[in-house]
Design a protein around this ligand. Structure first.
Ligand code: IMP
Ligand code: MG
Length: 198
């Protein structure tokens, strides 16, 4: 796994390169773990025609790679939620701006998330999906940062534990930037100082 700035691939644009300190999880490590997760899901859901549900936008990179690593009959759908005020979020409240197209009643649902941090968003959405009476409901998450957890959610499929640091890449953004890096990186501390001055 790469740890220095020199290991950042040449294809990364200068604007991104200047903002990141180092790669935390490189592309090969990410893809190998996602392949294992896809294989585990395939074994468990081979004859269940599951519905994979994701929340836009961060999850699209992980969702695409996970689905390709699970060569079984399946369906996929997305929801979108509005950015909430910290207060509303603490009360476990989010506003849905795009709901599912597929009816999940009686279906085997796998809720796919890029990252669980406090767990508040996930906790709210799982409660909502349960009211729609799926046959089963499990969680597949790529990154888990258990140190900041406020709500008890136990993912059935988990990719990596993250340390208590803000990271970007592979879907994770800072102000909508950096999602399209194929690896996960730690931001340079100076970057946030510059941002505050802007
Ligand atoms: P929570 O679990 O409700 O606290 O919210 C998780 C959401 O916060 C994720 O879906 C991300 O959009 C965002 N998030 C949490 N940690 C990070 C990070 O380290 N980098 C980028 N986004 C993050
Ligand atoms: Mg975000």
């Amino acid at each position: 796994m790469s740890t220095t700035k020199r290991d950042i691939p040449e294809t990364v644009p200068d604007a991104y390169r200047a903002a990141i300190a180092r790669i935390l999880i490189d592309e090969a490590t990410l893809q190998a773990r996602i392949k294992e997760m896809g294989e585990a899901i395939s074994r468990d859901y081979a004859d269940k025609n599951p519905v994979f549900v994701g929340v836009l936008k961060g999850v699209v990179f992980f969702m695409a790679d996970l689905l390709q690593a699970a060569p079984i009959p399946l369906e996929v759908d997305f929801m979108a939620i509005a950015s909430y005020s910290p207060d509303a979020r603490e009360q476990g409240y989010v506003r849905i701006t795009k709901d599912l197209d597929i009816c999940i009643e009686g279906r085997h649902v796998i809720f796919v998330e890029d990252i669980i941090d406090t767990g508040l968003t996930l906790g709210y959405l799982l409660k909502l999906l349960k009211t729609r009476n799926p046959a089963s409901l499990e969680v597949a998450v790529l990154f888990d940062r258990p140190t900041r957890r406020l709500i008890d959610v136990k993912p059935r499929y988990l990719g990596f534990h993250l340390p208590d640091m803000f990271v970007v890449g592979y879907g994770l953004d800072y102000r909508e930037q950096f999602r399209n890096m194929p690896f996960v990186a730690v931001m340079h501390p100076d970057f946030f100082k510059q941002e505050r001055r802007r």
